[in-house]
Design a protein around this ligand. Sequence first.
Ligand SMILES: [Zn+2]
Length: 239
Amino acid sequence: MPGFRVHITGSTIIGAGYGTAAWALGDMPPITCVLAGGLCSVAGMLPDLDSGPGIPLKESVAFAAAVVPMMMIHRFHQMQLPLEAMILAGAAIYLVIRFGLSWLLKNYSHHRGMFHSLPAAAIAGQTTFLAFAAEEPLRRYFVASAVVLGFLTHLVLDEIWSVKLGMFGPKFKKSFGTALKFYGPVVWPNLVTYVLALILGALAAGDAALTEGRAAMRQRMEQASRNIQQIPYQWQYRR
Ligand SMILES: [Zn+2]
């Protein structure tokens, strides 16, 4: 399997391309492009969280624990939490990811299990979408897709590395087909993954509808305020 360095290089190149393309062709704000490119790069490490205790696991979990609460700042604002509650909520999320997630990964995941799968990529994207509650829907889709892209880059690299070119054409290693998959050989991890994907999917869909509704409302209000400004001055106040 490709090492940590191959994965991070691959997803960084793809992330840089993704961010640059969105900035140059899609009129995305540069700062959003930088965030998306960075997340794509980091997401290239996510599937290997199942590779057992080691530096990648420790570092990626610590990184996620720090970044997820920061991504949720806007969501806390929307919930109108006071500053103290925001700090406490951020700290609680940090602890849950840093210790809870590491414990789960150490005890219940095995390498090339359902963490290396297409539904897991969807879960990563849905989680990002729910955490990153930007006001413009397009920005949310763009950032969540960056994580999915980084995750998929990892899975594709794993598959490429499991094919070796021999004298008589390509040879497939035993690991071929264990990364880009829809389900694994064991029943319960499949169940857990799909149930989680469905729940997060429903939550994300509901949240997407809310964001779209708010965006449409804001547009209508901006339009209305522009219309008011266009009315000649003497008609605005009647005496
Ligand atoms: Zn892998």
